[in-house]
Design a binder for this molecule. Structure first.
Ligand SMILES: [Zn+2]
Length: 599
């Protein structure tokens, strides 16, 4: 009877936990985190596991942080790991890069102690100093194998002077410093900020929002509250609901900062401390916030099938980051446009900038957006000097694809539908009804449903292929036109980029098909003179030379001076501008109005 009851309970629990897909056990897991040497960037973690009834315990740590597609080998920063039970040490044997194995036969409770070194300031890695601790959970919490669905509690003992904990993890008995996670997917998806951050809140609909500002800055709280509210309202309107009761923005203000990482109920943003009064920087900050917040639907809930339940030991491959990231990158600017905080042309300029970036990258002729997604782990997150020639950004091309599809859907539905309807449909169909991720084919079907046409050719050319994009075909739907502002200038180009922040001219990359590529200038070459004239990175390299002119580049390569004859070629660099045609037809104006949310 007892066994049957237990089995029924077990099945119910599995059914209730479809997002994680693991069974829960009866063990209790508690963490206590102290910072005796915060100034030297250490956290000391003590984990107690009780209720054990097994012979072998594998202690593991994720090798990557969801949302950031790179194996980062977090156990690199773990030291002094010990395991004990009732005061007696138990040997912990390393059996894999991220596993310690312990014989726990007859031990119901064990205590694991270890130290974590954290000095990588980013939104996806932990950072600790005397001012604050940012704990990005996957690189802090070792977990017992087989217990990913167990709840755990985290007790924080702050370093001297630290007063505040900011995290989306629920409080235990109202205690700010003791938090609980229902399972490890939630724990690993909930960073904790501990320090003296400036916290302020606001409410949007039924959701309580909190902003934790770390590192100071010239931000205007009231302006942020007002502008974030407009962004949040626009995003929730697309999906028809805001699934969070609470949501937290952790903002790290640096001398110069950026980047963000999405979570289910929070996000971490990097920002420039004194950039809030600079209009361009502030607008980028709003776009970043809109991007990460949009992810609470797109990727954290509506997700490619490969991205959950996560395999924390290995790469998790998907060909759909152009949707998860690219569509989010598209919407970050669409949403800011919809807040009406900036003029419509501002939005077109941002789109033109994305197209300019893609079209100036020789990799656009090499790597498809599906393969850019799949190889994120080895290419996008591990760029080298040749990346521009061989890869593209699934953010940039994904955003461009989203624009093309949005325009296609708006035109074909005569202004009735847009890409919004695809996102809302997919969210409802896969996150809410089917409670699983979508496959490539399922997302394509939804796009076809709203576009009212077969997209086989579109996918073959632009998703799985590298065909040239006829931008003006799509922009014409909205009575817009794109042109290259550099067309017809007949300027010559060498085809290199230089290492920044130095007056010396040191080659950082050589672009495929340019004069530098053809005539053999290499990365790391230091250019000394051109036609005998000394060069300086702040000056044009070869004055008024034209395509076809020959120059001699004197450079130093590995300590040896060389003279390289180079025949200059016409510049292939483009700079696009999107304009709204004054003589647009009523049909074009209807598409434009829907696309750009014109009043
Ligand atoms: Zn993103």
């Amino acid at each position: 009877m007892k066994k049957i009851f237990a089995t029924l309970f077990f099945i119910t629990y599995i059914l209730m936990n479809t997002t994680t897909g693991y069974a829960a056990n009866n063990e209790q897991i508690k963490y206590t985190i102290t910072f005796p040497e915060a100034q030297a960037h250490y956290a000391d973690v003590e984990m107690t596991i009780s209720g054990l009834a097994q012979k072998t315990l594998d202690l593991k740590m994720p090798v990557w942080a969801p949302g950031s597609y790179l194996v980062r080998e977090f156990t690199r920063n773990i030291e002094s790991l010990t395991v004990s039970s009732a005061g007696k040490d138990l040997p912990a044997v390393k059996t894999r890069k991220n596993i310690w194995q312990v014989n726990v036969t007859g031990k119901a409770t064990v205590t694991v102690k270890y130290r974590v070194y954290a000095f990588e300031a980013s939104v996806r890695t932990s950072f600790i100093d005397a001012e604050h601790a940012f704990l990005s959970s996957p690189d802090i919490f070792i977990y017992p194998d087989g217990m990913l669905n167990n709840p755990s509690t985290v007790h924080i003992v702050p370093y001297k002077g630290w007063t505040t904990v900011s995290t989306s993890l629920e409080k235990v008995k109202g205690d700010d410093f003791t938090r609980t996670a229902p399972n490890y997917d939630i724990l690993f998806d909930s960073p904790l900020e501990v320090g003296t951050q400036d916290v302020f809140g606001f409410k949007v609909g039924a959701t309580d929002y909190e902003v934790a500002m770390c590192g100071g800055g010239n931000y205007d709280k009231e302006r942020i509250k007002k502008d974030f509210t407009r962004i949040i309202e626009q995003e929730a309107a697309i999906f028809g609901e805001n699934p969070n009761k609470h949501y937290l923005f952790i903002v790290h203000n640096y001398f110069k900062g950026g980047g963000g990482l999405e979570h289910l109920s929070s996000t971490t943003l990097g920002a420039t401390r004194d950039g809030y009064t600079h209009e361009g920087t502030y607008q980028s900050f709003l776009s970043l916030a809109a991007h990460e917040h949009f992810h609470l639907w797109n990727v954290k809930r509506l997700r490619p099938i490969a991205l959950g339940p996560f395999d924390y030991d290995n790469e998790n491959y998907t060909t759909n980051l152009w949707i998860a990231e690219g569509f989010t990158a598209y919407y970050q600017d669409v949403i800011v446009r919809r807040t009406q905080l900036y003029v419509p042309q501002n939005y077109l300029d941002l789109m033109a900038r994305q197209i300019t970036q893609l079209e100036n990258q020789p990799g656009a002729k090499v790597q498809s957006v599906a393969m850019a997604s799949y190889d994120a782990w080895i290419k996008s997150y591990r760029p080298n000097e040749n990346s521009n020639n061989t890869t593209i950004s699934y953010y940039t091309k994904g955003a461009i694809i989203a624009m093309m599809l949005d325009l296609e859907i708006i035109k074909n539905s005569k202004g009735k539908n847009s890409l919004d309807d695809v996102m809302a449909y997919m969210y409802n169909e896969y996150y809410k009804v089917k409670k699983r991720g979508y496959t490539d084919a399922e997302f394509k079907l939804a796009l076809e449903k709203f576009a009212g046409k077969n997209l086989d050719e579109f996918y073959a050319k632009y998703i799985n292929g590298v065909a040239d994009i006829d931008y003006n075909n799509y922009l014409a739907y909205a009575g817009c036109q794109m042109r290259d502002e550099l067309a017809g200038t007949n300027s010559a180009e060498l085809g290199i980029t230089m290492i920044a922040n130095t007056r010396r001219v040191i080659v950082a990359s050589v672009l495929r098909g340019t004069a530098a590529w053809d005539d053999g200038i290499n990365v790391n070459d230091e250019i000394i003179t051109v036609d005998g004239h000394p060069v300086d990175s702040r000056e044009p390299l070869f004055g008024n030379k034209k395509p076809g002119d020959k120059i001699v580049v004197k450079l130093v390569r590995d300590g040896i001076e060389k003279d390289i004859p180079v025949t200059l070629k016409p510049s292939t660099t483009v700079r696009f501008k999107i304009e709204q045609l004054a003589n647009a037809t009523p049909q074009q104006l209807a598409v434009r109005k829907k696309w750009m949310t014109l009043q």
